[in-house]
Design a protein around this ligand. Structure first.
Ligand SMILES: *[C@@H]1O[C@H](CO)[C@@H](O)[C@H](O)[C@H]1NC(C)=O
Ligand SMILES: *[C@@H]1O[C@H](CO)[C@@H](O)[C@H](O)[C@H]1NC(C)=O
Length: 994
């Protein structure tokens, strides 16, 4: 059983001292002294930092960052000295900070020898570190705070762990996060420590680094021309900034940009400097043997990139890659993409690559050289078809490019010596559509997927595709932090990750950082529901459930909240907050609002409403505002971030990014000409039609339709209906709205309509105490029109007083259906310790439930025997009076990750009927299921809809959802009793009676 720390334990961990901001790690720093503290800086005096000359250059370098970081915080820079046991401290000092790598620092080894310091917690542990105060470590030093790494990166991470707690954000340079000043720094005598990370290699992939990262780097790191052979701007000045960031985040692994660059060719210092810093280099899944593909092959390759016909040239090409990489720490990508499915040839390729490694490294045992085979797209198909590689090669399993991991190692695959890992995406170029503009992931989902990777032993390598790196800062940090120590995080403390992050970056109060966490949760959810690149004007229903209106209100609320925090922050924080929070909120809200306005415009022109024109103008304004926000980003701090938001994102014509942002199509009505039926337009809620006059949606005949009829029952969640009264042209009019029923009320009861005020929404509500069963009323709209005869139109309003028998508890049908958020269950039954458990914040609407713990056993159940979760509901209708209802489970878009013979499944049952089960479709080897693709597919909708039909006459019922296979996720249940209308999110949750 892995250790799980609750939120309260976590906050205790974080609570050592007010003002110390760290994310998840144990804290050992404070800004006030205590009896047990050791001074780093106090009384304007810094304790000297000692290091050993023979330590790793990367450790030497990080130590110089360490002393500069202390200076950033306190204004006092400690001395940093190469020290030996015969050296003397200057100026009467007798305390020191001593830094070094066990077994690679004579200084540390001597201290261990002299003091018998117990280093067993780190000795031989990959990347572990310890720190504590030690008495009399060396002659002339009475006390020292020693920071000891088990290996090169262990020491480096130990240093940066302290720097972060001192107040230097890992993002201080990349996101301009200011360092909070403190005149003194102390560390607890017992110090900080960390054992080996959960995941051995943790890293990022800069992918498709055009246009943003490339244009920015060209401006900031070159004199305007890139590398001689490739034109790439990604030289060592760029990469050393990135290496430092990675190390501060406690990442250790990098796939460099490859689309238009070649790491080892762009700048011949790149590769040695990576190693010198301590970064393990790799190349992406499609670039074998440490050579950039396609760039290096186009420059240096001879003949076609096809091993079947051009074996010797490709072999020689790979020899160069291996020789070049030999002196440095790296992980070789094995195999080859593009040799369509010839498994014998592919196995030959891997075997030849191993021969190359054996020759170049002059060893008969290549298993000591880190190697990886990435099972990306079609390559996983080769694996499924039986292709195998030697046991010591790490298998890198991949997601579907949309954050859903396609396959994890099966129990039989978990004992390979090379282990397994995951290649994940925050950014993607390809079908069904690119997404590379703004953060569209939810960390609740990243956690859900990557925790399963931990449970199933895919912890050798984690790499995430981060496109242009920005603006994915927080998501990157979560991915790396979770891989650094997965035991700290569980589904219930993810919000505290975001709020501690906000506290660290912006020095906010607890209350304000909680608000930032909620801002980020909301924006992530809105962008994850549907990628901004896939929005159109009717994504959110313009007519049903007030869905588009609610989305507009949500955008406004999150924007107002972010504005409040922005205005509260000192101006020194504005650039960081803008990059990390405010721009994503404003830019996403602008695009989200623009698309809805475009949809409203399109609908209203078809309804002959003058107000359509105002929406056309607002769309144009928001379209321009999008670029203004981009410019604001680019102009921050003297154009420090110029080009970083160059990515186009409005109006895709196919999967690939548009070459320019283009405005959504809008239309106009002639503003001076009156609509044929007259000055007044009447549009009831819930229809695409408009009255008077003809509209294809007014009735089936599409012309000469009767006046509208509306329905309301007692359990419609909104509680009322509306009728829009609008201008059908330039002529002003006044109107009254009256009804013939005392149980019906209208608000307002009239208004004035003119081109400057072209719409009035009239709400209709019902006093249910006066209505028995179904009654109807007439609502009359009478208009007095300037210089024209009066107009009138009557709407029939049917009120149906549905009544639930007393004693019923549960959700009640309203508006022709029952909608239930999955976490609002009535009962929940565990089996064998597995329970449907809440994943807070996961998914499109609220949260989700999933069988938990996932465990490594991948336990499944026959239908009707597993863990179950129950929902009580009451119906008044059935679909077309057939006696049937349709229950649709809104499932998270996870994929079948246990191999082709273990498809995901869910079972549902109504009352005591036979449970029904649906197995999710499998794709062909290496492919997603057909239902995954297209703009209405699983990936685009971020949901899998699982409908089942049940016999259920009107009355009280219980829906039981059964676990069949692990890792299914239920977000919401929608029960159609005949009236459920199209919408993106499904009907809002029904009224619950208790
Ligand atoms: C310590 O020695 C190393 C190796 O000679 C050198 O690179 C480094 O700059 C020295 N550090 C200091 C602080 O003098
Ligand atoms: C530490 O002690 C061991 C054995 O007593 C010795 O082999 C080693 O050289 C010593 N190391 C240092 C740095 O003094």
């Amino acid at each position: 059983m892995r250790l799980r720390w609750s939120s309260s334990v976590l906050s205790a961990l974080l609570a050592f001292s007010v003002g110390v901001h760290a994310i998840g790690q144990t804290t050992c720093v404070s800004f006030t002294s205590s009896r047990s503290s050791f001074s780093i800086v106090s009384n304007k005096k810094a304790t000297p930092v000692l290091i050993s000359e023979d330590d790793w250059p990367g450790v030497q370098r990080a130590a110089s960052d360490f002393v500069s970081d202390i200076q950033q915080v306190t204004g006092v820079k400690p001395s940093l000295t190469n020290f030996t046991s015969s050296s003397k401290l200057s100026g009467g000092e007798n305390t020191a900070i001593i830094v070094g790598t066990l077994g690679h620092s004579t200084l540390i080894d001597e201290i261990v020898n002299r003091t018998h310091l117990d280093v067993s917690s780190v000795q031989g542990q990959w990347e572990a570190f310890m720190a504590k105060e030690v008495s009399n470590p060396l002659p002339g030093i009475s006390s020292a705070y020693v920071i000891i790494g088990a290996d090169k990166r262990g020491t480096i991470f130990g240093l940066y762990d302290h720097s972060e707690q001192f107040g230097v954000s890992p993002w201080y340079w990349w996101a301009d996060v200011p360092t909070t000043a403190n005149s003194q720094i102390f560390v607890e005598s017992s110090g900080c420590s960390h054992s080996s990370p959960t995941v051995k290699y943790r890293g990022i992939f800069l992918n498709d680094e055009q246009p943003a990262l490339q244009n920015w780097a060209m401006e900031k790191f070159t004199n305007g021309t890139g590398a001689a052979l490739t034109g790439s701007p990604f030289n060592h000045l760029f990469y050393t900034k990135l290496f430092e960031l990675l190390l501060r985040l406690k990442a250790n692994y990098l796939w460099p940009g490859a689309s238009c660059s070649a790491f080892c060719v762009d700048d011949d210092q790149n590769q040695p400097l990576a190693d010198w810093y301590g970064i393990v280099m790799g190349t992406s899944h499609e670039e074998p043997m440490m050579r950039s593909i396609p760039v290096e092959w186009s420059l240096f390759g001879v003949g076609p990139w096809d091993y079947g016909v051009n074996m010797q040239n490709i072999y020689n090409f790979w020899v160069v890659g291996a020789e070049r990489a030999k002196p440095y720490e790296g992980i070789f990508t094995m195999g080859m993409r593009g040799d369509a499915g010839d498994i014998t040839l592919l196995e030959q390729i891997v075997s030849d690559q191993r021969t190359i490694l054996s020759n170049v490294f002059n060893t008969s045992d290549v298993t000591t050289i880190p190697q990886m085979w990435c099972l990306y797209k079609e390559v996983e198909g080769y694996y499924d078809d039986g292709m195998r590689v030697p046991d010591d090669i790490t298998l890198l399993w991949t997601d579907d490019n949309y954050g859903n991991i396609r396959r994890f190692p099966l129990p039989s695959e978990r004992n390979r010596t090379g282990g397994a890992g995951v290649y994940y995406h925050y950014d993607y170029v390809g079908d069904p559509r690119d997404y590379k503009w703004i953060a569209t992931f939810q960390i609740s989902k990243t956690f859900e997927q990557m925790s399963t990777a931990v449970a199933r032993n895919a912890t050798e390598i984690w790499i995430v595709n981060v496109g242009d790196l920005k603006p994915y800062e927080m998501g990157i940090e979560f991915f790396i932090t979770y891989g650094w120590n997965s035991s700290i995080w569980d589904m219930n403390n993810l919000d505290s990750f975001v709020s501690s992050w906000a506290q660290r970056e912006f020095d906010l109060s607890t209350e304000d950082s909680d608000e930032v966490a909620s801002i980020i949760a909301n924006v992530s959810r809105f962008n994850a529901r549907r990628k901004p690149e896939m929005l159109n004007g009717t994504t959110y229903s313009l007519i049903n459930y007030r869905e588009a209106d609610n989305m507009l209100a949500d955008w406004q609320a999150v924007n107002a909240s972010a504005t409040r925090i922005f205005n509260k922050l000192p101006s020194s924080m504005h650039a960081a907050f803008f990059q990390l929070v405010y721009h994503p909120v404003q830019a996403s809200a602008t695009i989200g609002t623009m698309w809805i306005y475009a949809g409203i415009n399109n609908l209203r022109v078809s309804q002959a409403r003058l107000s359509a024109n105002g929406y056309a103008e607002m769309v144009r304004d928001l379209f321009e505002q999008d670029y203004e926000l981009e410019l604001e980003y680019h102009s921050l701090l003297n154009e420090h971030r110029d080009h970083m938001m160059d990515q186009t994102h409005i109006m895709y014509y196919y999967w690939q990014q548009p070459m320019a942002n283009t405005m959504p199509l809008v239309s106009r009505v002639q503003s001076k000409k009156q609509a044929l039926p007259g000055a007044m337009r009447i549009v009831p809620e819930g229809t695409q039609g408009a009255w008077p006059g003809d509209d294809m949606f007014d009735c089936a005949q599409q012309y000469s339709c009767p006046n509208p009829t509306m329905f309301l029952d007692a359990f419609v969640p909104a509680g009322n209906r509306y009728i829009d009264v609008g201008a059908g042209g330039p002529t002003p009019f006044t109107f009254t709205a009256t009804s013939n029923a005392s149980w019906l009320s209208l608000s307002p009861t009239g208004g004035s309509i003119s081109p400057s005020s072209p719409e009035q929404r009239v709400f209709v509500s019902v006093d249910w105490s006066q209505v028995t069963d179904a009654e109807y009323a007439l609502i009359s709209f009478n208009a007095t029109v300037q210089d024209q005869p009066p107009m009138s139109l009557t709407v029939t309003f049917v009120a149906n007083h549905t009544v639930v028998p007393s004693g019923f508890t549960g959700f009640v049908e309203g508006d022709g259906g029952v909608s239930i958020e999955a976490i609002h269950a009535a009962r929940n039954t565990s089996v064998d310790g597995i329970t449907w458990t809440t994943l807070p914040g996961y998914g499109n609407t609220l949260s989700a439930v999933t069988p938990w713990p996932r465990g490594g056993e991948d336990r499944n159940f026959t239908v009707g025997t597993g863990p179950s979760i129950e929902y009580d509901f009451y119906t008044f209708n059935t679909v077309n009076e057939t006696g049937n209802i349709t229950v649709t489970a809104y499932m998270g878009p996870s994929l079948n990750a246990l191999g082709p013979d273990r498809p995901l499944a869910v079972a549902m049952q109504v009352d005591s009927d036979e449970p029904q089960v649906t197995y999710f479709p499998n794709g062909a080897p290496g492919e997603e299921p057909a239902q995954w693709d297209t703009l209405d597919g699983w990936a685009a909708d971020n949901l899998i809809f699982v409908p089942m039909s049940f016999v259920a006459p009107p009355g009280a019922h219980t829906l039981t959802v059964w676990m069949v296979e692990p890792a299914v996720i239920l977000e919401k249940v929608v029960i159609d009793t005949g009236g459920v209308q199209p919408s993106y999110l499904g009907p809002p949750e029904s009224i619950f009676i208790s």
